[in-house]
Ligand binder design. Structure first.
Ligand SMILES: N[C@@H](CCC(=O)N[C@@H](CS)C(=O)NCC(=O)O)C(=O)O
Length: 215
């Protein structure tokens, strides 16, 4: 196996995705903490690793791979977490795209509320809530008929979607209204080697307290 180094922010769901898969695979890697609110991503050195100045980045034998979905794909290659059939792989890609387009709305709302970029009574919250509910409804409909997202087997598609679905913010969005989604989350947590070591957002994540791409 290549020499792996993960540039990682412990409270990030995008980074959690990668840590979950690495734990399942039992692969050893070096974890480099990146404090995205202490200016760690604002250096020229970090921009060489990821011009978008975001985490996670996986370093593979000196080569830098940003984007959580791309990292999951690379690490999953040749394992049951990616599958080998082209059709199942296409189905995995479908759910990775779903995560970016729809579940990302949950990630964005959660982050803005935690960082104080948005108040729960902000005028944009109802539209954001509708987008989050849409994502949950789509998932509910699929996982009420399938154990896992892509062709019924546990794959990186489930890991990618898990990361932010289990973090739905408490702004009148109740996971209790999505029982199949809750059962699917529980099935994921029962997988051998599963870890959820997400850290809480620290104080410097609040707007005005830290130094990040948000100012
Ligand atoms: N599409 C990217 C998104 C990565 C991303 O947004 N990462 C956040 C942490 S969850 C980050 O590093 N943000 C940097 C910042 O806020 O300064 C992925 O899937 O990896």
């Amino acid at each position: 196996m290549a020499l792996l180094r993960l540039y990682d922010y412990a409270p990030s769901g995008n980074c959690l995705k990668v840590r979950i898969l690495l734990a399942h695979l039992g692969v050893s890697y070096e974890r480099i903490g990146v404090d995205i609110f202490a200016g760690d991503t604002l250096t020229d050195d970090y921009a060489r690793k990821n011009p978008a100045r975001r985490t996670p980045v996986l370093e593979v034998d000196g080569q830098y791979l940003p984007e959580s979905s791309a990292i999951l794909w690379y690490l999953g290659h040749g394992t049951a977490y990616l599958a080998s059939s082209p059709l199942t792989q296409a189905s995995i890609l479908r759910w990775l795209l779903f995560e970016r387009e729809n579940v990302e709305q949950i990630a964005a709302l959660r982050f803005r509320l935690l960082a104080g970029l948005l108040d729960a009574d902000d005028e944009t919250v109802p539209a954001r809530r509708t987008a989050c509910r849409y994502a949950l409804e789509q998932l509910e409909s699929h996982v009420s008929e399938h154990s896992f997202l892509a062709d019924g087997a546990y794959t990186i598609a489930d890991i990618a979607n898990y990361a932010y679905v289990h973090l739905v913010p408490d702004v009148d969005i109740d996971l209790g209204e999505y029982p199949a989604v809750r059962s699917w989350l529980a099935r994921i947590e029962e997988q051998p080697g599963f870890v959820n070591d997400l850290a809480p957002m620290p104080a410097n994540a609040r707007v005005g307290r830290g130094l990040s791409i948000y100012g």
